[in-house]
Ligand binder design. Structure first.
Ligand SMILES: [Zn+2]
Length: 227
């Protein structure tokens, strides 16, 4: 597997199995489109992208899998829309001709900085959310709660915004004490083991992704009640 580590394959099979068990092959279609589109974009944007680990797979697909086990079709779709929006925003944003700006302060930040957003990336993320929303409408199982495509797309965008807000504020940031290079992961060793300079150590990119997909699920759950 070029896209997944061995434990990532196990996690992907578990997520795929849970989704298929809960909402049939229809859910698997959404999951596969999310996974394949995200992986292809990652390969395009980063020539030697690291393979996804079990942690990353669960951060992106875990909430959708749990919602699917409860047969909550639109909620699972909302979680996937958020995951797709995040992935598409990151990878399409990599092609932005302009440097990203922090979602909170608007200050220019280096590419790859958590919480940094670009116009191109945001449009790309919205397109990812719309794609999942339209598929959710097209493949909706009979008898599933409707949850309109607009609601699911909106949930995906809300998840993407939540991801950037958390990334800009509470996500752990680490720095090499010697060269000052910034890292997302606290267990990185550059010249020396990195030191935390901001945020919570345990709140890494995967935890933020998980929170973003949860946000997508909650927006749909609330929206279905209100509408
Ligand atoms: Zn260093």
């Amino acid at each position: 597997m070029r896209w997944l580590t061995p434990d990532g394959v196990v996690a992907a099979l578990a997520v795929g199995g849970a989704v298929t068990w809960g909402v049939s092959w229809r859910g698997l279609v959404l999951l596969l489109v999310f996974f394949l589109s995200g992986s292809l974009l990652t390969q395009l944007a980063e020539r030697c992208a690291p393979r996804r680990t079990a942690r990353q797979v669960l951060a992106n697909g875990g909430v959708a899998a749990v919602a699917a086990l409860f047969s909550a079709w639109p909620i699972a779709a909302g979680a996937l829309a958020a995951a797709a929006a995040d992935t598409w925003a990151t990878e399409i944003g990599a092609f932005s001709p302009f440097a990203p700006r922090l979602i909170t302060s608007g200050r220019q930040v280096p590419r790859g900085t958590s919480g940094g957003i670009t116009v191109l990336g945001s449009l790309g993320g919205a397109a990812g959310a719309v794609m999942i929303a339209l598929l959710a409408e097209a493949f909706r199982p009979q008898g599933a709660a409707p949850g309109s495509a607009a609601l699911i797309a909106g949930a995906g965008v809300a998840g993407m915004v939540a991801d950037s807000l958390l990334g800009a504020t509470v996500q752990g940031k680490h720095e090499c004490p010697e060269c000052g290079a910034r890292f997302e992961r606290g267990n990185t060793v550059c010249h020396q083991p990195v030191r935390r300079v901001r945020g919570f150590r345990w709140l890494d990119n995967d935890a933020v992704n998980l929170a973003a997909t949860l946000c997508g699920a909650v927006v749909v759950a609330l929206g279905v009640r209100i509408v």
